[in-house]
Design a protein around this ligand. Structure first.
Ligand SMILES: NC(=O)c1ccc[n+]([C@@H]2O[C@H](COP(=O)([O-])OP(=O)(O)OC[C@H]3O[C@@H](n4cnc5c(N)ncnc54)[C@H](OP(=O)(O)O)[C@@H]3O)[C@@H](O)[C@H]2O)c1
Length: 258
């Protein structure tokens, strides 16, 4: 049976690497982004599979709705929610339109595209959702001196982690797999597009991120961390999350009573 993947942000970086890898494995691909010329060039690379450019701006409701209609109406075997911007800036200086764009592209779009794709995947008894977040999702406790200017971006990635974990549990046993993919620093246009030069920093390749994501799906990983050797590290984070969640009572904690 033919396989059909929809990849957002397929015009560069990790999304382009996903689209190329999946097309190379025989998937038809719906390639979403704003830069039509890049998407057309991608389609031309793979004359033997169907790569369909879908030009949409995921920072707008109309763009999300147009892509969601494809997710709901076509038999997707894989949805890769990858498009993203970071807008690294102190929150007080972050223009409202940039904050709105970030939340729309990294929270609203993946949430609504996943919501649109899941019913069909459930009906067909198979499918995979990959939400591209990043290790910054786990950086909340870091002091500003070590890692500044990322409140909205970190929050958006944390949304993807929690949503993916909950959805994974919700869909257990249905044949629909869910993964949140959390790379560290990756060599793409991501930083350069916002005026940051990280070319001298050690960076993972987008191709390695894709290899980890696809292998992680085979391994049944819900949280896939391409650069973390010791998976016990993350398991301890999740165990601690659950311990804290389970450690609450209805009585007011003692420190608030004096
Ligand atoms: N690079 C890193 O170090 C790193 C680390 C961890 C996580 N990530 C995550 O990886 C994902 C991919 O980033 P990347 O590193 O591959 O960066 P990239 O090369 O800049 O790619 C970002 C992609 O998102 C698309 N995009 C951005 N805004 C969009 C919009 N409004 N509507 C539709 N598409 C939009 C871009 O396409 P158009 O411009 O053509 O629309 C582009 O294809 C991001 O979500 C990011 O959060 C990146």
């Amino acid at each position: 049976m033919s396989k059909l993947a929809l990849v957002t942000g397929a015009s560069s970086g990790i999304g382009l690497a996903f689209a190329r890898r999946l097309a190379g494995q025989g998937h038809d691909v719906v390639a979403v982004g704003r830069r039509a010329d890049r998407l057309e060039a991608l389609a031309a690379e793979f004359p033997d599979v169907r790569i369909r450019p879908l030009v949409a701006d995921l920072s707008t409701d109309a763009g999300v709705d147009a892509v969601a209609a494809v997710c709901a109406g076509e038999p997707l075997t894989m949805l890769v929610n990858n498009a993203g911007v970071a807008h690294y800036m102190p929150l007080a200086e972050l223009p409202a339109d940039k904050a709105r764009e970030l939340v729309h592209v990294k929270v609203v779009a993946p949430t609504l595209l996943t919501r649109a794709a899941v019913p069909g995947m459930l009906a067909r008894g198979e499918g995979a959702i990959v939400n591209v977040a990043g290790m910054i999702a786990f950086s909340g406790p870091a002091p500003a001196a070590r890692l500044p200017r990322r409140a909205v971006y970190a929050g958006a990635l944390a949304h993807l982690v929690a949503m993916s974990q909950v959805l994974h549990a919700e869909l257990a046993g249905t044949g629909v797999r869910v993964q949140v993919l959390c790379p560290g620093v990756v060599a793409t246009e991501f930083h350069e597009r916002q005026g940051l030069d990280l070319s001298a920093a050690p960076r993972m390749s987008a191709e390695d991120v894709v290899t980890a994501g696809l292998r992680g799906l085979e391994l049944g990983e819900t949280v896939c961390t391409p650069g973390v050797e010791d998976t016990g590290l993350l398991q301890r984070v999740f165990d601690a999350d659950l311990a804290a969640f389970g450690g609450q009572r209805v009585e007011l904690a003692g420190r608030y009573r004096s």
